[in-house]
Design a protein around this ligand. Structure first.
Ligand code: PHE
Length: 344
């Protein structure tokens, strides 16, 4: 029996050397040392041994058991370490590899222009306001002195959602909202940039969705001179100190008088595609707030006056950066947009 015990010991010693995975080793350990494993044979045999030999045999068996248990432990530890090493090697991260290229965004040219206009107005005490793009007929038209069946509604072909709800055709409804919101009826100085919508067929100069920026001032002593000085300042800051402005009489139902504002062109009138050799480029509409609009906003037109300006952001952006097609502003072509990176 002792021979068999020695044999098992050598067998196990040999076998564990050839085992390469932890799992295999653990299975083998069960095969040998578990209750029904190969080693249990000796425990059974021990019962049969005569009493005088029992002690010696018992000790021997125990020695081998302790030895084998510790052999398995050492081998287990070795294999664990080996497997960990392999795992780490497999999952090694090469920190010197170049990372993923991260494309920093750039501002859209129209946002650059909006920011620029806001920066001109902020020091003058204006605040930026927002209004909904899905607007009520009431604010988009009625409050702005454009009642139902008014011919001026044809000037702004409208996307209606229901009878009384539409996509705003201009940022001017924010004028009406600002006046209504100001329950104290104190002076107002606001700016409102945003998207507007009209039922136009898209082409090089038309887009069914475009951008406006509305400026509104309401106060006691506001005159046309204030409007003109403001327009002059903005034109010079936006296009350069040498630029001049020209006001042409125009018509908007919500302003009286109304003007269209041109900025002087820098060309030498020799086939200029921008001003068509007229020397002037139209950039916006403006005017003194109509008394009816003041009244509907809760302001006494005998006490309060105001002016409003409607910047066409698309047009100004196209002029400033030389775009010849408005659709370039909306196609989200990165080749176009990323050119404005430096202006961040
Ligand atoms: N709301 C006008 C338009 O979209 C522009 C405008 C704004 C004109 C403010 C005068 C005053 O055509």
């Amino acid at each position: 029996m002792l021979e068999k015990l020695e044999q098992l010991k050598t067998d196990v010693e040999l076998k564990v050397q050839s085992i390469e995975t932890l799992k295999e080793l653990q299975d083998y350990k069960i095969e040998i040392l578990s209750k029904k494993g190969a080693f249990s044979y000796f425990m059974d045999e021990l019962k049969k041994v005569s009493n005088e030999n029992k002690k010696e045999f018992g000790q021997k068996i125990n020695e081998v058991k302790v030895y084998l248990t510790s052999l398995f432990e050492t081998e287990e530890a070795k294999l664990k370490e080996k497997e960990l090493k392999e795992k780490l090697e497999k999952e090694r991260i090469d920190v010197t590899l170049p990372g993923y290229q991260f494309q920093p965004g750039s501002k859209h040219p129209m946002n650059i222009v909006i920011d620029e206009i806001i920066q001109i107005f902020l020091p003058l005490g204006y605040k930026v306001e927002e209004g909904p793009e899905v607007e009520q007929d009431f604010y988009n038209f009625e409050c702005l002195n454009i009642p139902k069946n008014h011919p001026a509604r044809d000037m702004q072909d409208t996307f209606y959602i229901t009878d009384g709800i539409l996509l705003r055709t201009h940022t001017s409804p924010v004028q009406a909202r600002a006046m209504e919101k100001n329950t104290e009826k104190t002076p107002i100085k606001i700016l409102c940039p945003g998207k507007v919508y009209r039922r136009d067929d898209d082409d090089a100069t038309h887009s069914h969705q475009f951008m406006q920026l509305e400026a509104l001032v309401i106060d006691k002593d506001i005159t046309m001179a204030n409007l003109k000085a403001t327009l002059d300042l903005v034109a010079k800051k936006l296009f350069g100190e040498k630029r001049k402005i020209r006001l042409r009489a125009s018509y908007f139902p919500f302003t009286e008088p109304s003007v269209e504002v041109d900025v002087s062109c820098t060309c030498n009138k020799n086939g200029c595609p921008v001003c068509k050799d007229t020397g002037w480029i139209e950039i916006l509409g403006a005017g003194m707030v109509h008394p009816n609009v003041l009244k509907m906003g809760g302001y006494d037109p005998n006490v309060y006056k105001g002016f409003a300006i409607g910047f066409g952001i698309d047009r100004i952006t196209m002029l400033k950066y030389g775009f010849d097609d408005i659709r370039h502003l909306y196609n989200n072509d990165l080749r176009v947009i990323t050119q404005f990176k430096k202006e961040r």
